[in-house]
Structures are given as structure tokens and as C-alpha cells.
Design a protein around this ligand. Structure first.
Ligand SMILES: [Zn+2]
Length: 303
């Protein structure tokens, strides 16, 4: 008995003194700590190959979450940052396209929710880029995702806050290396939601590309959009705005809001004709958002 105790004691002592494994210890990086790991892996981070979509524009994100990159003569512009646990994948996707995170000068944010923005702080650190977002979104990003006015606010995870943030306003033009990206305020899903649009050319063929923020009516269970007609009006105005944009290619922050999975599969099979080229893409995405809003309002109206 005594011997067993002594052995157990010495085993415990050896545990305390020697490293847990012979492998190099994994340093905990606060900016890469996974958020909602299982849910995110199933819903957002399903694998997708990085693809060159059109002209200067590529996708370097995932099956359930878009991250776009625009090449300019003065460096790269990244749109959205996905999650902390996917930062290394985004960086690997850039490398696979012959690009480097170190060349990213600007990171544009569509909405300050963890699925799109929680990886931005690490991507900002790795690149030295400046992060641009709508004024209300900048406030929320600074607070690591906390916005008490957000209908989803109470159920959302907090995340590392980016440091070098700059607010942009609706219609503001951002210039980098011969490319102009215009900010398109699309409030509703969050007050600071921002879409981004630019022109891209392949030889003589130029296309208007829109990366739209989600205009989805999502909330905690107890929230009633029917009791917030002003917010419903805001949603409808954003949908009308998206519909009216010059738009040859729409990219949505979640690909399934614009049939992105089908477009990607078709593109991988045969890139000509380019499945992303669709003059009705923004209209269809807006219609999809509107159908969901109407559904939600109808459900709430049921006794
Ligand atoms: Zn969201």
C-alpha cells in the first residue's frame, strides 16, 4: 500500500516536472483561439479550394463563408476574415494563389459578427493592414463584437478586437494601386453592415463585382421584427439598394445566399462560361433575403 502511494507520488512528480509530450509545446495564441469550433466546422468552414473568380478577384475562404481578395498594383485588399481557427487556412489559400498575407494592405469588413470578423485581428497582425468598416461596425469591432442594439447580440460570441480600424461612410471610395472599391451601406442584419463593390477587367471584358453583406433577418428567439417596423424598413431599403447596384458578379458573405456552392462546382468543372457572371446575381440575392424576411414576419404574425 505504502509502496503504491510512493509510486503514485513519484509519477505525479514526474508529470509536474516534465513536459506533457515530447512534441514542441503549442503556444496559446489568443488571436487564434477557436470560437464555436464544432458548429463553425460544420456550418462555415467546410473546405473549398481557393479560386480565381474574375480579373483581379479571387476567393480564399470556405464552403460556408466567403473571404475575397483583390489584387492591386500596391498590394492586396482582403474582404472579411472568417474565424480565428481558419486564419492559417486563409493564409494558406493566399499562398496557393501565389499571394502573401504580408502584402494585404486593407481588410474590409462586412459585419461585426464572429463568423466574418473574429479572424480579422490575427490577419491584421500578420499583415499590418488597416481594417475598414462602417462607423457602427467599427464601434462593435472595437468592443470585440459586443453590440447591445443587435437583435442577435445576446447569442453571439465575443472575439479579439482589431486595432487599426478606420470608419468609412456609405458611398466612400477607397483607392489602392489603381483599384477603387466603393463602400455600400447595407444596414439591417447589423447597423454597420457594409457591402463593397469594384470594377474588374479581364482584357477588354470588365465586370462590376459586388461583395454583399448579409441582409438576413436573424435574432434571438424573443425578438420580434414585427415590433420594430423601422428596422424592417431599414432591411427593405438595403435590399432595394442591393437590387439596384451595377452588378455582373455577386459574392455573398455566406456563399449559399447567392448559389455560391453551385457556381464554385460549375467553375471547377469548366470555368467557361464563368458561372459567377450573372447580371441578375444581386437581384436574386436581394430576393432571397427578402423572402426570408417575409417568412419571418409571417411566422411572427401567426397567433
Ligand atoms: Zn451575422
Amino acid at each position: 500500500m505504502r509502496r503504491t502511494i510512493r509510486l503514485a507520488m513519484s509519477f505525479l512528480a514526474s508529470l509536474a516536472l516534465s513536459p506533457a509530450t515530447s512534441a514542441a509545446p503549442v503556444r496559446d495564441d489568443p488571436l487564434l483561439r477557436p470560437i464555436e469550433a464544432d458548429y463553425a466546422a460544420r456550418r462555415f468552414l467546410t473546405p473549398a479550394p481557393p479560386v480565381h473568380v474574375f480579373g483581379n478577384t479571387s476567393l480564399v475562404g470556405f464552403g460556408g463563408l466567403s473571404v475575397a481578395v483583390i489584387r492591386t498594383s500596391a498590394g492586396l485588399i482582403l474582404i472579411d476574415g472568417a474565424l480565428p481557427q481558419s486564419v492559417r487556412d486563409v493564409e494558406a489559400h493566399l499562398r496557393a494563389l501565389g499571394l502573401s498575407i504580408r502584402d494585404v494592405k486593407l481588410i474590409l469588413s462586412t459585419e461585426p459578427h464572429y463568423d466574418h470578423a473574429a479572424g480579422i485581428a490575427a490577419l491584421e497582425r500578420d499583415s499590418g493592414a488597416t481594417v475598414l468598416a462602417g462607423a457602427a461596425a467599427v464601434k462593435t469591432l472595437r468592443a470585440g463584437g459586443l453590440d447591445p442594439g443587435d437583435p442577435q447580440g445576446a447569442m453571439l460570441d465575443r472575439f479579439p478586437a482589431p486595432r487599426k480600424l478606420r470608419a468609412v461612410s456609405d458611398g466612400q471610395r477607397i483607392h489602392l494601386g489603381g483599384v477603387t472599391v466603393t463602400a455600400v451601406a447595407l444596414p439591417g442584419h447589423t447597423p454597420g453592415s457594409m457591402g463593397w463593390r469594384w470594377r474588374s477587367c479581364e482584357g477588354n471584358h470588365c465586370a462590376n463585382i459586388v461583395f454583399t453583406a448579409s441582409i438576413n433577418a436573424v435574432s434571438t428567439d424573443d425578438y420580434r421584427f414585427t415590433r420594430h417596423p423601422e428596422l424592417v424598413a431599414t432591411f427593405r431599403a438595403s435590399m432595394a439598394k442591393l437590387r439596384a447596384l451595377p452588378c455582373d458578379i455577386v459574392l455573398t458573405s455566406h456563399p449559399d445566399n447567392s448559389d455560391g456552392d453551385r457556381k464554385l462546382a460549375a467553375f471547377l468543372k469548366n470555368p467557361h462560361p464563368n458561372p459567377w457572371l450573372d447580371g441578375d446575381g444581386c437581384k436574386k440575392a436581394a430576393d432571397g433575403f427578402e423572402a426570408r424576411l417575409n417568412d419571418r414576419l409571417a411566422k411572427e404574425a401567426k397567433p
